[in-house]
Design a protein around this ligand. Structure first.
Ligand code: NCD
Ligand code: ZN
Length: 341
C-alpha cells in the first residue's frame, strides 16, 4: 500500500547559487530567503558593477546582512581578466568562498567575463592553494559566425571542465545549474573535487516550457525531456555531488514581459515548496533533505545547519508578484508549504 507523507522536517537549506541584486530588488528579495527555506546562500557577483575585489564582497555582505541578519551569506568574486593571485588571497582571507566564471557574453551581466579560462593559470593556482571554489557558468559563448547555440552551449563547454580538472585536480569546481544528460554524466565521471548544482525549475521544465514563455526563460535554457529525466534521475538516486543551487534570478516584470526578455527565473520565496512538489512527484521526497541541506554544505566544507524547517502537505497558491517581480509558477497551486514556526 502506498502511503502519502504529510510532513517532512529537514535542516534549513543551503542555496548554493542565488542572485540577490541591489537597491529595491535586493530589499524585495533578500527578506524572502528564509521564507523559502534557505538559511545559507551563495551570493552571485554579477551586480552592476560586478563584485571583483575582496573589499567589494565584504561591503556587499554587510549590506545583505543588514537586510537579513538571520541568513548566512557566502560571498563570491566575479572572475574577470583583471583578477590577480593577490586579490584571490585577499578574498580568501576576507571569508569569500568562491570565484564565479561567466564566459564572456553568455548571460545577464556577463560582459566582464573571460574568454579562455585556461589562460589564467596563476589565478587558478592561487585559488587551488587558498582552497577557494571555482563556480562555472558552463556554456560556450556563441561568437558571430560560430555554430554554438543555446541548446548545445553547455555540452560544448564540457571539454573545458575536463581540462580544468585535469590540470587542477585539487581545485574544487562546481558546474552550476546543469541542464543536460551529458553534463550529469561528465560530472559523475570526474573526481571528488567536481560537483554540480541543480535548480528547482530545471527539474520541471523543458524547451516547450520557455519558448514564447518569458517567465520560464533562463540561462542555461531548459533542454530536452531526456535531459530533464537525467536531472531527475541523479537527484532521485541521491548522488552526493549534485546539490541545490536555485539560480533564483529576479528581474522586474517589465524586463521579463517584453520583446527581448532578461534570462532568469525567480524561485527564492517558495524554493523548498517547489522542490517538495517536484520530489514528491518523482517518488523521491526522502531524497530532498540531503539534496537541499546536506550534500552542498559537505562539498563546501561547512557545518550542517542546526535549525530545522517543517514542510507540510497543505496547498498554497503562488502569489502573482513580490514587489514587481513575478515568481516561478505564479498563480499555480503548490501541494506543499513551510509550516509556521
Ligand atoms: C542570471 C541573472 O539573471 O543574473 N540569469 C539566468 O538566467 N540564470 C545569470 C546567470 O546565472 O546566468
Ligand atoms: Zn545564476
Amino acid at each position: 500500500m502506498k502511503t502519502t507523507m504529510t510532513s517532512l522536517t529537514l535542516p534549513l537549506a543551503d542555496d548554493l547559487h542565488v542572485h540577490l541584486r541591489q537597491g529595491d530588488v535586493l530589499r524585495t528579495v533578500v527578506p524572502l530567503l528564509r521564507a523559502g527555506g534557505a538559511g545559507r546562500v551563495l551570493v552571485m557577483p554579477n551586480t552592476t558593477p560586478p563584485v571583483t575585489s575582496a573589499g567589494q564582497a565584504v561591503a556587499y555582505r554587510a549590506e545583505l546582512r543588514a537586510v537579513a541578519p538571520d541568513v548566512d551569506f557566502l560571498m563570491t568574486l566575479y572572475f574577470t581578466p583583471a583578477l590577480t593571485p593577490d586579490e584571490v588571497r585577499r578574498a580568501a582571507a576576507a571569508g569569500v568562498v568562491g570565484i564565479k566564471v561567466y564566459p564572456h557574453g553568455v548571460t545577464t551581466n556577463s560582459a566582464s567575463g573571460v574568454e579562455d579560462l585556461l589562460a589564467f593559470g596563476p589565478v587558478l593556482a592561487a585559488m587551488e592553494a587558498a582552497d577557494l571554489v571555482l563556480e562555472l557558468h558552463g556554456e560556450l559563448p556563441a561568437h558571430a559566425g560560430s555554430d554554438v547555440c543555446v541548446l548545445d552551449a553547455e555540452e560544448r563547454f564540457l571539454p573545458t571542465l575536463r581540462s580544468l580538472h585535469d590540470r587542477y585536480p585539487r581545485l574544487r569546481i562546481v558546474l552550476e545549474h546543469v541542464t543536460t544528460a551529458r553534463a550529469v554524466d561528465a560530472v559523475k565521471s570526474l573526481g571528488a573535487t567536481v560537483a554540480a548544482t541543480i535548480t528547482a525549475h530545471h527539474l520541471d521544465l523543458m524547451i516547450d516550457d520557455w519558448a514564447g514563455k518569458n517567465h520560464n526563460f533562463c540561462k542555461p535554457v531548459a533542454k530536452y525531456p531526456s535531459d530533464r529525466a537525467a536531472l531527475r534521475a541523479v537527484v532521485g538516486e541521491g548522488h552526493p555531488r549534485f546539490f541545490l543551487g536555485s539560480d533564483s534570478a529576479p528581474h522586474p516584470r517589465t524586463a521579463k514581459e517584453c520583446a527581448s526578455a532578461c534570462a532568469g527565473v525567480f524561485t527564492s520565496p517558495l524554493l523548498l515548496a517547489y522542490l517538495a512538489d517536484t520530489f514528491e512527484g518523482l517518488g523521491a521526497l526522502d531524497r530532498l533533505p540531503a539534496f537541499a541541506s546536506e550534500f552542498g554544505c559537505r562539498f563546501y566544507r561547512l557545518p550542517p545547519a542546526r535549525e530545522t524547517i517543517r514542510l507540510v502537505r497543505e496547498p498554497q497558491v503562488v502569489p502573482p508578484a513580490y514587489g514587481g517581480v513575478v515568481p516561478y509558477r505564479a498563480g499555480a497551486t503548490l501541494n506543499w508549504r513551510i509550516a509556521a514556526a
